[in-house]
Design a protein around this ligand. Structure first.
Ligand SMILES: Cc1cc2nc3c(=O)[nH]c(=O)nc-3n(C[C@H](O)[C@H](O)[C@H](O)COP(=O)(O)O)c2cc1C
Length: 164
């Protein structure tokens, strides 16, 4: 059984999730970053598509890669991994906003693995803007908590990969 993990990451959070999976699973994962390569999935049985969410949709490079390879992907067992600060948004809505209908037709599993804001890896303008948005949300909710990775979701995903 060939298992591929295709991912993209801006500030390294999705990459951390992929590294955790690689370390935790008993299976061998072939990992590809769509920022550096355009992997073919013909020989893979399972494709794990891991991407961060930006403004309600997955990362642009992942949307582009999925669209380009949809004819091959629609015949595969797919597992979607979302990484983002807002776990309350329905992950199926995020998928529908991001990927072609053809590949979402079959029942595929989705794991939301939480997210983090790594300010030190953002440019000045983005950091400034995000801090403003966070402050207003914290005021609204009355909580200072920042998003974190969801380890129980990562554990559940590891278990699912081990069971393949
Ligand atoms: C400009 C911007 C927009 C974002 N929009 C969303 C969003 O719509 N939904 C969400 O859940 N998280 C959102 N986030 C949070 C990121 O998804 C989160 O920081 C994620 O961990 C980044 O992962 P990466 O380092 O792999 O790119 C946003 C972050 C930034 C900087």
């Amino acid at each position: 059984m060939q298992i591929a993990v295709v991912y993209v990451s801006n500030t390294g959070v999705t990459e951390t999730v992929v590294d955790k999976l690689k370390k935790a699973t008993k299976k061998t994962l072939s990992v590809y970053n769509v920022k550096n390569e355009d992997p073919e999935m013909r020989l893979s049985d399972v494709v794990i598509i891991a991407a961060p969410v930006y403004i309600g949709r997955t990362h642009k490079l992942m949307r582009k890669w999925v669209k380009k390879h949809q004819d091959v992907l629609k015949r595969k067992h797919l597992i979607f991994v979302l990484v983002g600060g807002e776990e309350t948004v329905n992950p199926l809505d995020t998928l529908k906003n991001s990927y072609p209908e053809a590949i979402l037709k079959k029942h595929h599993s989705v794991y939301h693995c939480g997210g983090e804001f790594r300010f030190e890896r953002m440019g000045f303008f983005r950091r400034f803007l995000i801090k403003l948005v966070i402050k207003s949300k914290q005021k609204e909710s009355g909580s200072d908590a920042l998003p974190t990775l969801n380890q129980s979701s990562i554990n559940a995903l590891t278990k699912a990969i081990d069971a393949l």
